[in-house]
Design a protein around this ligand. Sequence first.
Ligand SMILES: *[C@@H]1O[C@H](CO)[C@@H](O)[C@H](O)[C@H]1NC(C)=O
Length: 360
Amino acid sequence: MGPLPLVLLYLLPCVSGLPFYNGFYYSNNPNGWNPGNGHGEGVFNGVKLVVETPEETLFSHRGANVTLPCRYHYEPALLSLRPVRVKWWKLSENGAPEQDVLVAIGLRHRSFGDYRGRVRLRQDGEREVSLQIRDLRLEDSGRYRCEVIDGLEDESGLVELELRGVVFPYQHPWGRYQLNFLEAQRACAEQDAVVASFEQLFRAWEEGLDWCNAGWLQDASVRYPIARARQPCGGLGLAPGVRSYGPRHHRLRRYDAFCFAPALRGQVYYLEHPEKLTLAEAKEACREDGAHIAKVGQLFAAWKFRGLDRCDAGWLADGSARYPVVHPRPNCGPPEPGVRSFGFPDPQSREYGVYCYRPR
Ligand SMILES: *[C@@H]1O[C@H](CO)[C@@H](O)[C@H](O)[C@H]1NC(C)=O
């Protein structure tokens, strides 16, 4: 016989007869709690485990520390404080698989994947099992489940986390519908942004985003948000909404992109300069001012979160010229607030100033 029977011999005494549930074995540790004979019997007879999480979406921003609250209690109240097992995970979304975040038993915990070293359990209050995440990343937004397991009782609650940011449509310098999915991801990254999720585009549509060109989203679907039904945008027969072309071939099909830029910690400003500049001069002028020429995502974030309002068009890093308007006024573009674009002018033309970005 090979080594197999030996292995079984070592494992069996530890495992056999113990309930296995949600990836955990329940030990007969004398300090722990013995779950008795299962549902309806033993200590848990008639006692309900209740897990509480906030109903409202939590908002935070990139680089911040955030706490996702989660507490549990028993009904009717139980006096004894038994160690429970806690599991936090992120729900599958936008084609991304479900992701384990953290599991904890008593004071021991383990974190997983991108969350390793960035998360811990906050147990300040009695029966608090909140999740603390440090240094938030754009990809951290989504829905998290907090699961508490006490013997065979198993309850969970949901926490939704959104990062503050702004959705903007992005077109390639050559014009409409030039980007396949990978190029859309690259284009958004170059503007200090990521490809927007459907939820982010939907929220932007609720806030009034109207764009008649279809763009890629994070789940590789192609959509466009319409606030007012009209002829060239699907016609009058269709209700306003976020319209879908459905999933499209990643490589072969080309559209615009919807990017999501996070709220900024740095500052975007229009450089006061005696003359208008070429694109190369504009980049140099920001450098001389101890900054960089701003990216499109940074200008949108400053417009949305800092109220940057300026009627002067300026160069941006991608070679486009734009200006941000919060309070529309005569001789300053259309009657709605927005970031106006002059497209991608000749880089040698001297008709624009420049927006610079200084990180903090
Ligand atoms: C987040 O927490 C860490 C310590 O855990 C701290 O060093 C850092 O400054 C905090 N970041 C912010 C933005 O508060």
